[in-house]
Design a protein around this ligand. Structure first.
Ligand code: HEC
Ligand code: HEC
Ligand code: HEC
Length: 380
Protein backbone atom coordinates (compact mmCIF):
# COMPACT_ATOMS: atom_id res chain seq x y z
CA UNK A 1 0.00 0.00 0.00
CA UNK A 2 2.86 2.40 0.71
CA UNK A 3 4.68 1.67 -2.58
CA UNK A 4 7.93 1.46 -0.57
CA UNK A 5 9.54 -0.90 -3.10
CA UNK A 6 8.48 1.24 -6.09
CA UNK A 7 10.52 4.22 -4.87
CA UNK A 8 13.18 2.38 -2.87
CA UNK A 9 14.35 0.11 -5.71
CA UNK A 10 16.78 1.30 -8.41
CA UNK A 11 16.17 0.12 -11.99
CA UNK A 12 17.55 -3.43 -12.04
CA UNK A 13 18.58 -3.15 -8.38
CA UNK A 14 17.80 -5.34 -5.34
CA UNK A 15 14.29 -4.72 -3.91
CA UNK A 16 14.22 -1.95 -1.28
CA UNK A 17 18.01 -1.38 -1.46
CA UNK A 18 17.39 2.23 -2.64
CA UNK A 19 19.27 4.34 -5.18
CA UNK A 20 16.35 5.29 -7.43
CA UNK A 21 16.73 8.90 -8.58
CA UNK A 22 13.75 11.17 -7.99
CA UNK A 23 13.55 14.41 -9.94
CA UNK A 24 11.86 17.15 -7.95
CA UNK A 25 11.47 20.84 -8.88
CA UNK A 26 14.24 21.48 -6.35
CA UNK A 27 16.81 19.02 -7.73
CA UNK A 28 17.53 15.27 -7.71
CA UNK A 29 17.15 13.08 -4.63
CA UNK A 30 17.99 9.40 -4.21
CA UNK A 31 15.97 6.89 -2.23
CA UNK A 32 17.69 5.16 0.66
CA UNK A 33 18.47 1.53 1.48
CA UNK A 34 15.65 0.04 3.60
CA UNK A 35 17.20 -3.43 3.98
CA UNK A 36 18.69 -4.29 7.40
CA UNK A 37 22.34 -3.80 6.33
CA UNK A 38 24.13 -2.31 9.35
CA UNK A 39 26.36 0.15 7.42
CA UNK A 40 24.14 1.37 4.58
CA UNK A 41 20.57 0.38 5.53
CA UNK A 42 18.23 0.18 8.52
CA UNK A 43 20.33 -2.48 10.37
CA UNK A 44 21.12 -0.22 13.35
CA UNK A 45 17.75 1.54 13.44
CA UNK A 46 15.61 1.07 16.57
CA UNK A 47 11.83 1.02 16.15
CA UNK A 48 11.63 4.54 17.57
CA UNK A 49 14.10 5.84 14.97
CA UNK A 50 11.97 4.26 12.22
CA UNK A 51 8.81 5.67 13.78
CA UNK A 52 10.33 9.17 13.96
CA UNK A 53 11.35 9.01 10.29
CA UNK A 54 7.84 7.93 9.25
CA UNK A 55 6.06 10.49 11.48
CA UNK A 56 8.38 13.49 11.50
CA UNK A 57 10.64 13.07 8.48
CA UNK A 58 13.83 12.94 10.57
CA UNK A 59 16.56 10.35 9.89
CA UNK A 60 18.30 8.25 12.55
CA UNK A 61 21.26 10.65 12.86
CA UNK A 62 18.88 13.63 13.15
CA UNK A 63 19.09 15.07 9.61
CA UNK A 64 15.84 16.21 8.04
CA UNK A 65 14.35 14.26 5.16
CA UNK A 66 12.65 15.86 2.16
CA UNK A 67 8.93 15.40 1.56
CA UNK A 68 9.61 13.57 -1.74
CA UNK A 69 9.52 10.81 0.91
CA UNK A 70 5.77 10.94 1.69
CA UNK A 71 6.20 11.04 5.49
CA UNK A 72 3.57 13.79 5.52
CA UNK A 73 1.05 11.03 4.70
CA UNK A 74 2.80 8.11 6.43
CA UNK A 75 2.60 10.10 9.69
CA UNK A 76 -1.08 9.10 9.88
CA UNK A 77 -0.17 5.40 10.22
CA UNK A 78 -0.98 3.67 13.52
CA UNK A 79 1.79 2.38 15.82
CA UNK A 80 0.62 -1.19 15.18
CA UNK A 81 1.00 -0.81 11.42
CA UNK A 82 4.38 0.92 11.77
CA UNK A 83 5.57 -1.94 13.98
CA UNK A 84 4.46 -4.48 11.39
CA UNK A 85 6.31 -2.56 8.65
CA UNK A 86 9.45 -2.33 10.78
CA UNK A 87 9.39 -6.07 11.49
CA UNK A 88 8.92 -6.78 7.78
CA UNK A 89 11.91 -4.67 6.71
CA UNK A 90 14.13 -6.07 9.50
CA UNK A 91 13.42 -9.63 8.32
CA UNK A 92 14.50 -8.88 4.73
CA UNK A 93 17.89 -10.05 3.37
CA UNK A 94 20.47 -7.34 4.10
CA UNK A 95 21.94 -5.74 0.98
CA UNK A 96 24.97 -3.43 1.10
CA UNK A 97 24.19 -0.36 -1.02
CA UNK A 98 25.34 3.22 -0.42
CA UNK A 99 22.76 5.91 -1.17
CA UNK A 100 24.08 8.34 -3.83
CA UNK A 101 24.37 11.96 -2.63
CA UNK A 102 21.43 14.23 -3.44
CA UNK A 103 21.93 17.07 -5.93
CA UNK A 104 19.63 19.83 -4.77
CA UNK A 105 19.68 23.48 -5.74
CA UNK A 106 20.53 26.11 -3.13
CA UNK A 107 18.76 26.92 -0.78
CA UNK A 108 16.85 23.62 -0.92
CA UNK A 109 20.14 21.79 -0.38
CA UNK A 110 20.07 23.02 3.23
CA UNK A 111 18.33 20.21 5.10
CA UNK A 112 17.86 22.15 8.39
CA UNK A 113 15.46 24.44 6.50
CA UNK A 114 13.05 21.51 6.52
CA UNK A 115 12.43 22.13 10.24
CA UNK A 116 10.73 25.40 9.24
CA UNK A 117 8.91 23.68 6.40
CA UNK A 118 7.55 21.06 8.78
CA UNK A 119 6.41 23.73 11.23
CA UNK A 120 4.49 25.42 8.41
CA UNK A 121 3.11 22.48 6.47
CA UNK A 122 3.38 19.18 8.34
CA UNK A 123 0.68 17.93 10.67
CA UNK A 124 1.94 14.75 12.39
CA UNK A 125 -1.27 14.30 14.43
CA UNK A 126 -3.13 11.03 13.86
CA UNK A 127 -6.31 11.20 11.79
CA UNK A 128 -9.38 11.71 13.98
CA UNK A 129 -12.21 9.31 13.05
CA UNK A 130 -15.37 11.01 11.77
CA UNK A 131 -18.19 9.77 14.01
CA UNK A 132 -20.96 10.47 11.47
CA UNK A 133 -19.33 8.17 8.88
CA UNK A 134 -19.27 4.37 8.76
CA UNK A 135 -16.37 2.24 10.00
CA UNK A 136 -15.63 1.34 6.37
CA UNK A 137 -15.42 5.02 5.35
CA UNK A 138 -13.07 5.75 8.26
CA UNK A 139 -10.89 2.79 7.32
CA UNK A 140 -10.77 4.15 3.75
CA UNK A 141 -9.79 7.62 5.00
CA UNK A 142 -6.99 6.06 7.07
CA UNK A 143 -5.61 4.11 4.08
CA UNK A 144 -5.98 6.86 1.43
CA UNK A 145 -4.47 9.61 3.60
CA UNK A 146 -1.93 7.44 5.41
CA UNK A 147 0.06 4.63 3.86
CA UNK A 148 -1.75 4.95 0.49
CA UNK A 149 -0.39 8.55 0.13
CA UNK A 150 -2.81 9.10 -2.77
CA UNK A 151 -2.56 12.88 -2.24
CA UNK A 152 1.20 12.78 -2.96
CA UNK A 153 0.25 12.57 -6.64
CA UNK A 154 -3.39 13.68 -6.78
CA UNK A 155 -3.25 16.86 -4.65
CA UNK A 156 -1.72 20.03 -6.16
CA UNK A 157 1.29 21.49 -4.32
CA UNK A 158 2.18 25.07 -3.42
CA UNK A 159 5.40 26.84 -4.50
CA UNK A 160 7.33 25.18 -1.65
CA UNK A 161 6.19 21.69 -2.57
CA UNK A 162 3.57 21.21 0.16
CA UNK A 163 0.22 19.63 -0.65
CA UNK A 164 -2.57 22.22 -0.63
CA UNK A 165 -5.50 21.79 1.74
CA UNK A 166 -9.20 22.58 1.64
CA UNK A 167 -10.99 22.12 -1.66
CA UNK A 168 -7.65 21.45 -3.41
CA UNK A 169 -7.48 18.05 -1.63
CA UNK A 170 -7.21 15.30 -4.29
CA UNK A 171 -8.25 17.83 -6.96
CA UNK A 172 -5.61 16.71 -9.47
CA UNK A 173 -1.92 17.49 -10.15
CA UNK A 174 0.93 16.77 -12.57
CA UNK A 175 3.42 13.99 -11.77
CA UNK A 176 6.24 12.57 -13.92
CA UNK A 177 4.83 14.11 -17.09
CA UNK A 178 1.31 12.72 -16.42
CA UNK A 179 -1.80 14.31 -15.04
CA UNK A 180 -3.04 12.54 -11.91
CA UNK A 181 -6.73 13.51 -12.35
CA UNK A 182 -9.03 14.91 -9.74
CA UNK A 183 -10.60 12.19 -7.57
CA UNK A 184 -13.36 14.50 -6.33
CA UNK A 185 -16.39 16.23 -7.82
CA UNK A 186 -13.90 18.23 -9.96
CA UNK A 187 -13.31 15.06 -11.99
CA UNK A 188 -13.96 15.51 -15.71
CA UNK A 189 -15.15 11.92 -16.17
CA UNK A 190 -18.31 11.56 -18.25
CA UNK A 191 -19.70 9.18 -15.62
CA UNK A 192 -19.13 10.06 -11.94
CA UNK A 193 -16.81 7.80 -9.97
CA UNK A 194 -18.97 5.62 -7.72
CA UNK A 195 -17.75 3.08 -5.16
CA UNK A 196 -18.08 0.18 -7.56
CA UNK A 197 -16.11 1.85 -10.40
CA UNK A 198 -13.41 2.92 -7.94
CA UNK A 199 -13.17 -0.58 -6.55
CA UNK A 200 -12.83 -2.08 -10.06
CA UNK A 201 -10.24 0.52 -11.11
CA UNK A 202 -8.10 0.06 -8.00
CA UNK A 203 -8.39 -3.75 -8.18
CA UNK A 204 -8.06 -4.33 -11.97
CA UNK A 205 -6.59 -1.07 -13.34
CA UNK A 206 -9.71 -0.27 -15.35
CA UNK A 207 -13.46 0.08 -14.93
CA UNK A 208 -16.14 -0.25 -17.62
CA UNK A 209 -16.97 3.45 -17.24
CA UNK A 210 -13.53 5.12 -17.31
CA UNK A 211 -10.01 4.99 -18.73
CA UNK A 212 -7.20 2.72 -17.65
CA UNK A 213 -4.16 2.80 -15.37
CA UNK A 214 -1.36 2.91 -17.94
CA UNK A 215 0.96 5.62 -16.57
CA UNK A 216 2.35 6.06 -13.03
CA UNK A 217 -0.97 4.73 -11.69
CA UNK A 218 -0.19 1.31 -13.20
CA UNK A 219 2.58 0.75 -10.62
CA UNK A 220 0.25 1.81 -7.83
CA UNK A 221 -2.43 -0.67 -8.96
CA UNK A 222 0.15 -3.47 -9.25
CA UNK A 223 1.28 -2.82 -5.67
CA UNK A 224 -2.37 -2.73 -4.52
CA UNK A 225 -2.61 -6.32 -5.82
CA UNK A 226 -1.38 -7.51 -2.41
CA UNK A 227 -3.95 -5.44 -0.49
CA UNK A 228 -7.06 -7.35 0.72
CA UNK A 229 -10.40 -6.76 -0.98
CA UNK A 230 -11.99 -5.25 2.13
CA UNK A 231 -9.36 -2.48 2.20
CA UNK A 232 -9.76 -1.70 -1.51
CA UNK A 233 -13.54 -1.46 -0.92
CA UNK A 234 -12.95 0.85 2.05
CA UNK A 235 -10.82 3.22 -0.06
CA UNK A 236 -13.47 3.14 -2.80
CA UNK A 237 -16.24 3.94 -0.30
CA UNK A 238 -14.26 6.84 1.13
CA UNK A 239 -13.36 8.32 -2.28
CA UNK A 240 -16.89 7.88 -3.67
CA UNK A 241 -18.15 10.21 -0.94
CA UNK A 242 -16.33 13.11 -2.67
CA UNK A 243 -18.17 12.47 -5.94
CA UNK A 244 -21.76 13.09 -7.05
CA UNK A 245 -24.24 10.22 -6.96
CA UNK A 246 -24.18 8.22 -10.20
CA UNK A 247 -27.21 8.28 -12.50
CA UNK A 248 -28.41 4.68 -12.21
CA UNK A 249 -30.25 4.37 -15.51
CA UNK A 250 -27.45 5.64 -17.76
CA UNK A 251 -25.45 2.62 -18.87
CA UNK A 252 -21.87 3.14 -19.97
CA UNK A 253 -22.61 2.16 -23.58
CA UNK A 254 -25.63 4.49 -23.81
CA UNK A 255 -23.66 7.41 -22.35
CA UNK A 256 -20.79 6.87 -24.81
CA UNK A 257 -23.27 6.75 -27.71
CA UNK A 258 -25.00 9.92 -26.49
CA UNK A 259 -21.67 11.80 -26.41
CA UNK A 260 -20.61 10.90 -29.96
CA UNK A 261 -24.13 11.54 -31.26
CA UNK A 262 -24.03 15.01 -29.68
CA UNK A 263 -20.72 15.63 -31.43
CA UNK A 264 -22.10 14.47 -34.78
CA UNK A 265 -25.22 16.61 -34.38
CA UNK A 266 -23.46 19.80 -33.30
CA UNK A 267 -20.39 19.54 -35.51
CA UNK A 268 -21.63 17.73 -38.60
CA UNK A 269 -20.01 14.45 -39.51
CA UNK A 270 -16.50 15.71 -38.63
CA UNK A 271 -15.24 14.24 -41.88
CA UNK A 272 -11.78 15.28 -42.92
CA UNK A 273 -8.18 14.15 -42.84
CA UNK A 274 -8.16 13.79 -39.04
CA UNK A 275 -11.15 11.46 -39.04
CA UNK A 276 -9.54 9.37 -41.81
CA UNK A 277 -6.34 9.20 -39.76
CA UNK A 278 -8.32 8.03 -36.72
CA UNK A 279 -10.22 5.46 -38.78
CA UNK A 280 -7.07 3.99 -40.29
CA UNK A 281 -4.67 4.18 -37.30
CA UNK A 282 -6.94 3.79 -34.27
CA UNK A 283 -10.48 2.64 -35.05
CA UNK A 284 -9.58 -1.03 -35.45
CA UNK A 285 -8.99 -1.15 -31.70
CA UNK A 286 -11.20 1.76 -30.55
CA UNK A 287 -14.91 1.87 -31.36
CA UNK A 288 -17.56 4.41 -30.36
CA UNK A 289 -19.35 2.35 -27.76
CA UNK A 290 -21.25 -0.41 -29.55
CA UNK A 291 -18.60 -2.20 -31.63
CA UNK A 292 -16.94 -5.51 -30.86
CA UNK A 293 -14.10 -5.72 -28.34
CA UNK A 294 -11.16 -6.90 -30.42
CA UNK A 295 -8.18 -6.12 -28.25
CA UNK A 296 -7.82 -5.33 -24.57
CA UNK A 297 -10.69 -3.97 -22.50
CA UNK A 298 -11.62 -1.35 -25.13
CA UNK A 299 -13.56 1.12 -23.00
CA UNK A 300 -15.33 3.71 -25.21
CA UNK A 301 -13.05 6.75 -25.55
CA UNK A 302 -16.05 9.03 -24.89
CA UNK A 303 -15.98 7.77 -21.27
CA UNK A 304 -12.24 8.44 -20.86
CA UNK A 305 -11.71 11.43 -18.55
CA UNK A 306 -8.42 12.27 -20.29
CA UNK A 307 -10.33 13.41 -23.39
CA UNK A 308 -12.38 15.87 -21.29
CA UNK A 309 -9.48 17.15 -19.15
CA UNK A 310 -8.28 20.76 -19.37
CA UNK A 311 -4.81 19.30 -20.10
CA UNK A 312 -4.10 17.19 -23.21
CA UNK A 313 -1.02 15.58 -21.59
CA UNK A 314 -2.37 12.09 -20.85
CA UNK A 315 -3.93 11.72 -24.31
CA UNK A 316 -0.77 12.96 -26.06
CA UNK A 317 1.44 10.72 -23.95
CA UNK A 318 -0.71 7.68 -24.76
CA UNK A 319 -0.55 8.42 -28.52
CA UNK A 320 3.22 9.08 -28.42
CA UNK A 321 4.22 6.15 -26.21
CA UNK A 322 1.29 3.71 -26.47
CA UNK A 323 0.25 1.46 -23.61
CA UNK A 324 3.38 -0.60 -22.91
CA UNK A 325 3.14 -1.41 -19.25
CA UNK A 326 -0.53 -1.54 -18.18
CA UNK A 327 -1.53 -2.35 -14.60
CA UNK A 328 -2.77 -5.82 -15.62
CA UNK A 329 -2.30 -7.83 -18.81
CA UNK A 330 -6.01 -8.11 -19.59
CA UNK A 331 -6.09 -4.34 -20.19
CA UNK A 332 -4.17 -5.02 -23.42
CA UNK A 333 -1.32 -3.22 -25.17
CA UNK A 334 -1.24 -0.34 -27.65
CA UNK A 335 1.57 0.50 -30.07
CA UNK A 336 3.47 3.82 -29.78
CA UNK A 337 2.88 6.35 -32.58
CA UNK A 338 5.92 8.53 -31.71
CA UNK A 339 7.75 7.62 -34.93
CA UNK A 340 4.74 6.98 -37.18
CA UNK A 341 3.09 10.40 -36.77
CA UNK A 342 4.64 13.90 -36.67
CA UNK A 343 3.63 16.74 -34.33
CA UNK A 344 1.16 18.22 -36.82
CA UNK A 345 -0.59 14.88 -37.40
CA UNK A 346 -0.86 14.11 -33.68
CA UNK A 347 -2.18 17.64 -33.03
CA UNK A 348 -4.87 17.14 -35.70
CA UNK A 349 -5.78 13.74 -34.33
CA UNK A 350 -6.02 15.00 -30.74
CA UNK A 351 -8.09 18.01 -31.82
CA UNK A 352 -10.48 15.72 -33.67
CA UNK A 353 -10.75 13.31 -30.71
CA UNK A 354 -11.50 16.20 -28.35
CA UNK A 355 -14.34 17.40 -30.62
CA UNK A 356 -15.74 13.91 -31.04
CA UNK A 357 -15.37 12.37 -27.58
CA UNK A 358 -15.71 15.48 -25.37
CA UNK A 359 -17.93 17.81 -27.45
CA UNK A 360 -19.00 19.72 -24.30
CA UNK A 361 -15.40 20.97 -23.74
CA UNK A 362 -13.60 23.82 -25.58
CA UNK A 363 -10.85 22.91 -28.08
CA UNK A 364 -7.34 22.58 -26.58
CA UNK A 365 -5.28 25.66 -27.60
CA UNK A 366 -1.86 25.43 -29.37
CA UNK A 367 -2.01 21.67 -29.75
CA UNK A 368 1.00 21.41 -32.05
CA UNK A 369 3.23 23.18 -29.50
CA UNK A 370 1.76 20.94 -26.78
CA UNK A 371 2.67 17.81 -28.75
CA UNK A 372 6.24 19.09 -29.19
CA UNK A 373 6.45 19.81 -25.45
CA UNK A 374 5.14 16.40 -24.36
CA UNK A 375 7.29 14.62 -26.97
CA UNK A 376 10.46 16.28 -25.60
CA UNK A 377 9.67 15.81 -21.88
CA UNK A 378 10.78 12.51 -20.39
CA UNK A 379 7.69 10.44 -19.66
CA UNK A 380 7.22 8.00 -16.88
C1 HEC B 1 7.41 8.50 -3.62
C2 HEC B 1 8.63 7.80 -3.30
C3 HEC B 1 8.76 7.12 -1.94
C4 HEC B 1 7.89 6.20 -1.38
C5 HEC B 1 6.59 5.70 -1.95
C6 HEC B 1 8.52 5.78 -0.14
N1 HEC B 1 9.69 6.46 0.06
FE1 HEC B 1 10.91 6.25 1.66
N2 HEC B 1 12.10 7.77 0.94
C7 HEC B 1 11.97 8.35 -0.30
C8 HEC B 1 13.07 9.29 -0.50
C9 HEC B 1 13.29 10.16 -1.76
C10 HEC B 1 13.85 9.25 0.66
C11 HEC B 1 15.09 10.07 0.95
C12 HEC B 1 14.70 11.44 1.41
C13 HEC B 1 15.89 12.34 1.68
O1 HEC B 1 17.03 11.94 1.43
O2 HEC B 1 15.65 13.43 2.19
C14 HEC B 1 13.20 8.28 1.55
C15 HEC B 1 13.66 7.99 2.83
C16 HEC B 1 13.09 7.04 3.67
C17 HEC B 1 13.54 6.75 5.01
C18 HEC B 1 14.72 7.41 5.71
C19 HEC B 1 15.94 6.55 5.53
C20 HEC B 1 17.23 7.21 5.97
O3 HEC B 1 18.26 6.53 5.82
O4 HEC B 1 17.22 8.34 6.42
C21 HEC B 1 12.76 5.73 5.50
C22 HEC B 1 12.86 5.05 6.86
C23 HEC B 1 11.80 5.40 4.45
N3 HEC B 1 12.02 6.22 3.37
C24 HEC B 1 10.85 4.41 4.56
C25 HEC B 1 9.85 4.19 3.62
C26 HEC B 1 8.79 3.21 3.80
C27 HEC B 1 8.65 2.26 4.96
C28 HEC B 1 7.97 3.33 2.71
C29 HEC B 1 6.67 2.58 2.40
C30 HEC B 1 5.69 2.57 3.46
C31 HEC B 1 8.54 4.39 1.87
N4 HEC B 1 9.67 4.87 2.44
C32 HEC B 1 7.96 4.82 0.68
C33 HEC B 1 10.97 8.13 -1.22
C34 HEC B 1 9.88 7.28 -1.02
C1 HEC C 1 2.80 7.93 -8.22
C2 HEC C 1 1.70 8.84 -8.33
C3 HEC C 1 0.32 8.30 -7.93
C4 HEC C 1 -0.08 7.77 -6.73
C5 HEC C 1 0.76 7.50 -5.49
C6 HEC C 1 -1.49 7.51 -6.87
N1 HEC C 1 -1.92 7.86 -8.11
FE1 HEC C 1 -3.81 7.56 -8.88
N2 HEC C 1 -3.17 8.24 -10.70
C7 HEC C 1 -1.93 8.74 -11.00
C8 HEC C 1 -1.87 9.10 -12.40
C9 HEC C 1 -0.67 9.71 -13.12
C10 HEC C 1 -3.14 8.78 -12.97
C11 HEC C 1 -3.55 8.92 -14.44
C12 HEC C 1 -3.68 7.57 -15.10
C13 HEC C 1 -2.44 6.75 -15.26
O1 HEC C 1 -1.38 6.99 -14.68
O2 HEC C 1 -2.51 5.77 -15.99
C14 HEC C 1 -3.93 8.25 -11.86
C15 HEC C 1 -5.26 7.82 -11.97
C16 HEC C 1 -6.08 7.46 -10.92
C17 HEC C 1 -7.49 7.21 -11.03
C18 HEC C 1 -8.32 7.34 -12.30
C19 HEC C 1 -8.78 8.76 -12.43
C20 HEC C 1 -9.48 9.09 -13.72
O3 HEC C 1 -10.35 9.98 -13.70
O4 HEC C 1 -9.16 8.48 -14.76
C21 HEC C 1 -7.93 6.86 -9.77
C22 HEC C 1 -9.35 6.51 -9.38
C23 HEC C 1 -6.78 6.90 -8.89
N3 HEC C 1 -5.68 7.29 -9.62
C24 HEC C 1 -6.84 6.64 -7.52
C25 HEC C 1 -5.71 6.62 -6.68
C26 HEC C 1 -5.75 6.18 -5.30
C27 HEC C 1 -6.97 5.74 -4.55
C28 HEC C 1 -4.46 6.27 -4.84
C29 HEC C 1 -3.93 5.89 -3.49
C30 HEC C 1 -4.10 4.50 -3.11
C31 HEC C 1 -3.63 6.76 -5.94
N4 HEC C 1 -4.43 6.96 -7.03
C32 HEC C 1 -2.27 6.97 -5.85
C33 HEC C 1 -0.87 8.87 -10.11
C34 HEC C 1 -0.84 8.36 -8.80
C1 HEC D 1 -3.54 -2.54 -31.65
C2 HEC D 1 -4.63 -1.95 -30.96
C3 HEC D 1 -4.62 -0.44 -30.75
C4 HEC D 1 -4.43 0.57 -31.67
C5 HEC D 1 -4.11 0.46 -33.13
C6 HEC D 1 -4.62 1.81 -30.94
N1 HEC D 1 -4.91 1.55 -29.62
FE1 HEC D 1 -5.32 2.93 -28.19
N2 HEC D 1 -5.46 1.44 -26.80
C7 HEC D 1 -5.36 0.08 -27.07
C8 HEC D 1 -5.55 -0.67 -25.84
C9 HEC D 1 -5.55 -2.19 -25.72
C10 HEC D 1 -5.75 0.28 -24.82
C11 HEC D 1 -5.98 0.00 -23.34
C12 HEC D 1 -7.37 -0.50 -23.11
C13 HEC D 1 -8.43 0.51 -23.38
O1 HEC D 1 -8.35 1.65 -22.88
O2 HEC D 1 -9.36 0.16 -24.11
C14 HEC D 1 -5.72 1.59 -25.47
C15 HEC D 1 -5.94 2.80 -24.79
C16 HEC D 1 -6.03 4.03 -25.41
C17 HEC D 1 -6.38 5.26 -24.73
C18 HEC D 1 -6.76 5.38 -23.25
C19 HEC D 1 -5.54 5.50 -22.38
C20 HEC D 1 -5.87 5.82 -20.92
O3 HEC D 1 -4.95 6.24 -20.20
O4 HEC D 1 -7.00 5.67 -20.47
C21 HEC D 1 -6.35 6.27 -25.68
C22 HEC D 1 -6.64 7.73 -25.46
C23 HEC D 1 -5.97 5.65 -26.94
N3 HEC D 1 -5.79 4.30 -26.74
C24 HEC D 1 -5.83 6.33 -28.15
C25 HEC D 1 -5.44 5.74 -29.34
C26 HEC D 1 -5.24 6.48 -30.57
C27 HEC D 1 -5.41 7.98 -30.74
C28 HEC D 1 -4.86 5.57 -31.51
C29 HEC D 1 -4.47 5.82 -32.96
C30 HEC D 1 -3.40 6.78 -33.18
C31 HEC D 1 -4.85 4.26 -30.88
N4 HEC D 1 -5.22 4.41 -29.56
C32 HEC D 1 -4.54 3.08 -31.51
C33 HEC D 1 -5.13 -0.50 -28.29
C34 HEC D 1 -4.90 0.19 -29.47
Amino acid sequence: LGDCAVCHTAPGGAPNAGGRAMDTPFGTLYTTNLTPDAETGLGRWSFSAFQRAMREGVSRDGHHLYPAFPYTAFAKTSDDDLQALYAYFMAMPAVRAETPKSELKFPFSLRPLMAGWNALFHDPAPLAPVATQSAEWNRGAYLVNGLGHCGACHTPRNALGAEQGGSAFLSGAMVDGWEAPSLTARSKSAMPWDADSLYRYLRDGHSPRHGIAGGPMAEVVRELGAVPDADIRAMATYLASFNPEPVPEATAQAEARRIVDTAARTQGQLLGPAQRMFDSACAACHHDGDGPTLLGVNTPLALNGNLASAKPDNLLRTILDGVRDPATRDIGFMPAFRDALDDRQIAELAGYMRARFAPQEPAWPDLQAEVARVRAAPGH
